[in-house]
Design a protein around this ligand. Structure first.
Ligand SMILES: C[S@@+](CC[C@H](N)C(=O)[O-])C[C@H]1O[C@@H](n2cnc3c(N)ncnc32)[C@H](O)[C@@H]1O
Length: 329
């Protein structure tokens, strides 16, 4: 607004033309709109204050809309960002930064020089609250499992929507790895609502020492426990989960262990509303034969709801999920 007024006075001093008059009229209209908006904001604040209402911030949306995508495309156009190059050579020719280092080179720099500016001598170790290994700082673990890191957001969006998840709901992930998916749940859920059982030490190190602090999520206090025995009592014996999921995990486990887990999970799933989602395949079930599998599930009070898929937002890929619910309290 100030800029518009300033350009108006500049134009006046330059010449006394119609252009200046037009600018004056535009500035007047903008000022009117601005005052109207400010008035409305003040009115809302006054109404809230007299009623003693604290207006809660609406939750962040789970999935992007078509309007979001259109906006993003407009911003790419606005900044003249070309279509990404298709060959590695063309891609790397675009790297014109002052320090275009690969991940491996960054890691070497961190080891040899501890980064660009750093404390020396007696001061060397006094300035880091939680020293983090270079391998984590250069995010090597983002490719631990072969799947693109960005797919974690797609899995979250699909599961949270499918389960009709609210921030106050309780979620358990089996095998959360480096929190590729879990991070998005932790951000969305209220404090302490995300639980995970994971067996791999290196993944847990990445999750706890790097992902949670670097994403500013320590205050969400997720309960992440190391273990491989499907022992869920360690999270508390009175908890009922709204959503339990295993993303690319059950297919790597012996059928017997999966069934031990499924039996224990059936006692932890909220009847009717709660959902268990298992990705990729349910061979632990199909290997028994359809009839026997249904019998086992029924004995546990579980029902197979069906098979679902979801597309990735950023890369050409879809994921298959198998959905279960508990029919009896
Ligand atoms: C392919 S990774 C998927 C990680 C994560 N769910 C994701 O989508 O990024 C499989 C994970 O399951 C974990 N896992 C395998 N068997 C497990 C078990 N018995 N108990 C807990 N975690 C297990 C592995 O350590 C690994 O982190």
């Amino acid at each position: 607004m100030l800029q518009t007024m300033r350009s108006f006075s500049l134009a006046i001093s330059e010449d006394n033309s119609i252009r200046a008059m037009r600018r004056f009229l535009i500035a007047k209209e903008q000022m009117k709109a601005y005052l109207l908006h400010a008035g409305k904001v003040l009115d809302t604040m006054a109404i809230s204050a007299t009623k003693g209402i604290a207006t809660p911030r609406p939750p962040d949306p789970i999935s992007p809309t078509l309007a979001d995508v259109a906006w993003l495309k407009s911003q790419l156009a606005l900044n003249s960002i070309q279509e990404p190059p298709t060959s590695p050579a063309a891609w790397h020719s675009l790297r014109k930064g002052i320090n275009p280092r690969t991940r491996a080179q960054q890691l070497e720099d961190l080891r040899r020089f501890k980064g660009i500016s750093h404390y020396e001598g007696d001061d060397a170790d006094n300035h880091t609250a939680l020293p983090c290994p270079g391998e984590l700082l250069v995010e090597e673990h983002h490719s631990n499992y072969g799947e693109p890191w960005a797919g974690g957001r797609d899995v979250f969006a699909f599961l949270a929507t499918a389960a009709g998840l609210a921030p106050s709901d309780q979620v358990l992930e089996i095998g959360c790895g480096t929190l590729r998916v879990g991070l998005h749940f932790i951000r969305y859920l209220e404090e302490g609502r995300f639980h995970c059982l994971e067996r791999d030490e290196l993944s847990l190190m990445a999750a706890l020492r790097y992902e949670l602090p670097s994403q500013g999520l320590l205050h969400k206090r997720p309960l992440i426990l190391r273990g491989e025995d499907m022992e869920f009592d360690r999270f508390g014996t009175n908890i009922l989960y709204d959503l339990i999921y295993a993303s690319a995990v059950f297919l790597h486990m012996p059928d017997e262990l999966v069934w031990t887990g499924v039996q224990r999970l059936s006692e932890r799933l909220k009847p009717h509303k709660g959902r268990i989602f298992v990705s990729h395949n349910i061979k632990f079930c199909s290997r028994l034969g359809g009839e026997e599998c249904t019998k086992r599930l029924t004995r546990l009070g579980l029902e197979y709801v069906g098979k679902r898929t979801h597309d990735s937002f950023l890369f050409n890929h879809y994921e298959i999920w198998f959905e279960f619910r508990k029919t009896k309290a």
